[in-house]
Design a protein around this ligand. Sequence first.
Ligand code: C2E
Ligand code: CA
Ligand code: CA
Length: 735
Amino acid sequence: MSEQFDRNSTILTIDDEQAVRESFHLYLEDFGFTVLEAENGRIGIRLFDELRPDLVLVDLRMPEVDGLQVLDHVVSRSPDTPVLVVSGTGVIDDVIEALHLGAWDYLLKPVQDLSVLLHAVRKNLERSRLTRENRAYQERLEEKVRLRTEELWRANEELHQINRQLRQSEEKYRAIFESLTDVYYQVSLDGTIEEISPSVEANLKRSRDVMLGSCLWDYFAGEEQYERLQEELQKKGRVTDYEVVLRDGEGSVRPCAITATRELSAWGGRIYGVFRDVTERKLAEARIEHQAYHDSLTGLPNRSLLLDRLDLALNRSRRHGYEGALLLIDLDRFKTINDSLGHGVGDKLLCEVAQRLREVLREEDTVSRIGGDEFVVLLSDIGSDTQATARRAQSVAEKIRQALSQPICIRDHELYITPSIGITLFPMQKADADADSVLRHGDTAMYQAKESGRDAIRFFLPAMQSEADQRLLMEKDLRLAISRDQLRLFFQPQIDDEGRVCGAEGLLRWQHPVQGLVPPDRFIPLAEETGLILPIGEWVLRTACGLIARWSGGVLEPLLGHVSVNVSPWQFRQPDFPTQVQHIVAETGADPKRLGLELTEGVVIDNLQDTASKMASFKSMGVRISIDDFGTGYSSLSYLRRLPLDILKIDREFIEEVTSDESHAAIVGTIIAMAEHLGLEVVAEGVETEGQLQFLQQNGCRRYQGYYFSGPLPIEEFERFVIDRQGGAEDLSCA
Ligand code: C2E
Ligand code: CA
Ligand code: CA
C-alpha cells in the first residue's frame, strides 16, 4: 500500500550540499519515489511552483534564499504539502523557528541512517494525505452544513411568512369572534367549555370567565334537552338550527337555536358550533301566528283557528267515542245598537260579550268570533252518549244566555242584549261529516232560534229539540221540587248473614205532580248540570240525619245499624263539605256514628290529597265512608290502602252475573278477599236471587242489599220492615 503510494509521490530536495542531495535522491528512488533536486532556495521555490511536489526536504542553512524563506513560500502556497527541514545540530533554535513557521518535521544532519529519512518521508506523506482527506471531508461537511443552513433559513423564512399570515387571520378571527352576536362555543365531549365567545354575556347574561371550564350541559334546562342533542349528534355528527332551552344567569329560560358539530379524534374529540337566543323570534312568530288565528278586536280565535280545533275535536271524538257540541251564538238586534249608537259602542259591546263568554266556559273550550256579531263555542269531550252530551250542551247554552242577559253598561248606555243560540252535536251520523258541515248545521240551528222569536236555544235535530224542551221544563219543575216538598227519601235495608237489618241506604225519589214517582237516574244528571244537586243533596242529608235522630232511643235504634246517603261528586268537591255535614248533624241532633256517606271511585281518586283530608275529618266525626259501585271504576288498591275507608259496595252489575259469568265471579271473590285483607266491610248490592246470595256467603261476604230482601221503601214501610225482621232469619233464603 505504502509502496504503491511511494511510486506516485514526488519529492523535492533542496540542499546546497550536492552529496546530501544525491544520497537522498538515490535512496528514495530505490523505494519508487520521484525525486527532484534543487541546489539552492531560489531554484527550489521555482521547482516547487512549477511541479508541485508532494513533499519538500529543505536545508535550513543555504546562501541567498535560506530554508526558512522556502518554508514560508511553500506554507503560504500549499499548507498541505509537508515541508521537512534538515539542519545541523548546532542550530537547534532554527529548527524550533521552522516548526513555528509551519515545518512538519525535521531531520538532523548528517543523516547517517537513511531509513530515518524514509520513515519521516513516509510518515509525513501519510499525514499530508490524511490532512487533505480530512480537509476535503471537512469541506464537504461544511458544504453540507451550509446547504442545510440555507434550507433551514428558507424554511424559517417561510415559517415567518406563515406566522405573519396566521397572526393576521387569527386577528381577523378574534375580531369576528369578539363581534359575534351569536355565541360561538367549543366543548370537549363531556361538555367542558374550552372556548366561548364574549357574546354569551349578552345572550345568556352569564360571565364568559365563569363559563370557561364549566360544563355546557349544566346550562341546559332539563337533562332530556342535551340528551336529545347528544343523540342527534351521535346519529348525524352535526345538527343545525336545533332548538334547546338554556337557563340564563338571571334565572329565566331562553329558547335558543343551536348548531353543533361533533369531531372525533385520536385523543377524544370535541363539539363546537354556535347558538343564539331566539326569544325575540319566537315572540314575533307567536305574534304573527296569533294575528293569523285571532280576531283583532276581541282577541278570540278566528274562523280558521276554530275550524282547526273543530277538526281535531272531530278526529278525537271519532277515535275515542267522546262527543262534543258546537254552539253558534248570534246577538239579537246588534245591528240596531251598532247603527244607532255608533261603532265605538258596538266594538265595546262585542268585547264585553267575548269577556262574558270566556268567564262562563271551561279553559279547554274554544270561544271564537267568526263574523260581526257571531260567536262560536266549541265544547269537546263533554259526554260519552248523545243524551248526556245534549244535556251538557244545553246547560252551557243556558249559562251563556244568562250571562249575556245581564245589562251591559257602555258610556252612559245601559244595553240589554239577548242571544240566539244554535246547537249541533258531533260526531254526526254521517261519518265523513267535516268541520264545515258541523258549522253549517250550527248555523241552521241558530236561524231556527232566531225564527222562533229570538233569545232562544235550538238544536239542529228536531228529536233533540223536543228532548231539550222537556229537559227545560223538567229543570223548571226541579227548581221548585224542594220548596213544593216533592222530594222523598226511600230506604233500602241492608241485611247481615243472620238475616237482621244492619243498615240502610237512603235513595231519592221525586214525586212529580204529573209524571208520578220519578227515579233518581232521570233527574240527578240534570240536577248535577244545573247545580241544583247542591240544595237537593243538602235536603237528602238533612232528611237522613233527621231520621237518625228520630230513630235513636226508640225501638228501632238497636235494630238499625247505619244509614247512608249518596253523595254527588259536586257536593263532595265543595271545600266546606265536611263543615256542612257537621252543621247538619248538629242541627238535627243525629249521632254521626250512625251516618254513612257513599262516594264513587271517580270522586275519590280525582284529587287524592283533598279526598284524604276530607275523609280524615269525617273519620274524626265518626261518619263512615263507603265506596259505591266498586269494581266499575278504577278499582285501584293503592289508593284504597291509603284512605280511611270503612266499606266497599260491590256494584250490582257484578252481582248480577256472579252465577252466570265466571270472570265476574272471580272478580267478586277477589274483591271480597282483598277487602278483608284491608280490614274493610263488604256490602253486595243488587242481590236478587238465592244463587247470588249463596255464592256471596260462600265467598265470605256478610252484608247484602237487594230486591231479594227488599227494594227501597218509603219511611213507614221501612220502619215496619225493620221491626218484622228483628228476630233475624234462621235460614236467610227463607226471608
Ligand atoms: P246506587 O247508589 O247504586 O243505588 C242503588 C240502586 O240500585 C238504587 O236505584 C236501587 O233501587 C237499586 N237496587 C237496589 N237493589 C236492587 C236489586 O236487587 N236489583 C236492581 N236491579 N237494582 C237494585 P235508584 O234508587 O234508582 O238509584 C239509582 C242511583 O241514583 C243510585 O245508585 C245513586 O247513584 C243515585 N242516587 C239515588 N239517590 C241519591 C241521592 O240522594 N243523591 C245522589 N247524589 N244520588 C242518588
Ligand atoms: Ca249508593
Ligand atoms: Ca251502587
